[in-house]
Design a protein around this ligand. Structure first.
Ligand code: PEP
Ligand code: MN
Length: 378
């Protein structure tokens, strides 16, 4: 059955998750973070917790990349019973320790109803994995808690089935649900799954719940994670969950899709450009404590400086072309009227931490430098 909207705006099949039930959109707080608001939430960490040292290195990578939350599997839902199953309770304790060290809340998967109390004692958010999306006793039991839930879409679940799974949790009394698109099975085998970004744009309209994207499991290939993350932002995602590993070649699970330091730096550069472009904010620094702060802050400043350099260079390039045109038409290079307009516009648009007079000083200087570049070389 499809998600039928009634004439009164309610949904027959998804009365609690439908956008019409809460048109402003649900915000799901986890620690100091919030899903579904202005913040764009980056969750990063290893597929599985393998050791305290591995997790500590991965957490440091996550913080430096601007992540606001740490992921890591303790109970792993593996397709084969012979594959690494996770370190269980020991991994939960490591997640808690490393999360606290870096000031990051922690999300990890819970596979069984009886594990909910244990996992809730250590984690800040509980993940329902793709393979458990239709585990109705688990969904109902999570609905009876007030823990934030990250509900992954099933491997072959329709959007309708996915929303019905969310409906179970809300119906049982817990509306702290964040949906996660993680790729679906299609005829295509060149990638691990097919990341369904249609679903992200559609589900943002059909429901009031925040939606994040997992491009790691969605593609299965490290080199596709940054481009698909960019596409997810454009599609309206409220955040990303990304697998990282200090040494992906040695990972006990999902090494091929885990980002190493270099790939993660590329992700951060992209986020610094695209997240502000869609009117969102990378909130990480507000939440990062002690150890990680200096490194994370400097990494973000370096990325922003790269961006500023690229933008200034583009501005000068355009001005040079205009300068050539002015010369051929015999017009003066300097146009005080235009300069006034530019400064007035900057004054109107200036917001946030940058104060009007500072902005005017910076832009006056930029215009002077641009003018210098417009002049033909002596
Ligand atoms: C995971 O995120 O660790 C995981 C197992 O993902 P999925 O359930 O989407 O396969
Ligand atoms: Mn994984």
């Amino acid at each position: 059955m499809s998600n039928v909207e009634t004439t009164t705006g309610g949904s027959v099949t998804h009365p609690l998750t439908a956008r019409s039930a809460r048109s402003a959109g649900t915000r799901v707080p986890v620690g100091a973070l919030e899903f579904g608001g202005r913040d764009f939430v980056l969750i990063a960490g290893p597929c599985a917790v393998e050791s305290e040292a591995q997790l500590a290195r991965a957490a440091r990578m996550a913080v430096r990349a601007g992540a606001g939350m740490l992921r890591g599997g303790a109970f792993k839902p593996r397709t084969s019973p012979y594959a690494f199953q996770g370190l269980g309770e020991a991994a939960l304790a490591m997640l808690r320790r490393q999360g606290d060290t870096f000031g990051l809340p922690v999300v990890t998967e819970v596979m069984a109803v009886e594990d909910i109390p244990l996992v809730s004692r250590h984690a800040d958010m509980l993940q329902v994995g793709a393979r458990n999306m239709q585990n109705y006793p688990l969904l109902r039991a999570l609905g009876k808690t007030q823990m934030p839930v990250l509900l992954k879409r099933g491997l072959s679940a329709t959007i309708d089935e996915w929303l019905s799974a969310a409906e179970y949790i809300l119906h049982a009394g817990n509306s702290r649900v964040v949906l996660c698109e993680r790729g679906i099975r299609t005829f295509e085998t060149a990638t691990r799954n097919t990341l369904d970004l249609n679903a992200v744009a559609l589900v943002k309209r059909l429901t009031h719940l925040p939606v994040i994207v997992d491009p790691s499991h969605g593609t299965g290939r490290r080199e596709l994670v940054v481009p698909l993350s960019a596409a997810a932002i454009a599609a309206g995602a409220d955040g990303l969950i990304i697998e990282v590993h200090p040494e992906p070649d040695k990972a006990l699970s999902d090494g091929a899709q885990s980002l190493d330091e270099a790939a993660l730096a590329e992700l951060t550069r992209m986020l610094c450009t695209l997240v502000p472009a869609v009117g969102r904010r990378l909130s990480a620094l507000e939440n990062v404590a002690t150890d990680g702060l200096m490194e994370a802050g400097r990494r973000r400043i370096d990325s922003l400086d790269d961006l500023l350099l690229a933008l200034l260079s583009e501005r000068i390039d355009i001005a040079r072309k205009l300068g050539r045109d002015k010369r051929t038409r015999g017009l003066p290079l300097r146009d005080p009227e235009r300069e006034r307009e530019v400064l007035e516009r900057i004054g109107r648009r200036c917001s946030g931490a940058l104060e009007g007079r500072s902005a005017a000083r910076i832009f006056r200087r930029i215009m002077d430098e641009t003018l210098r570049a417009e002049r033909p070389a002596a």
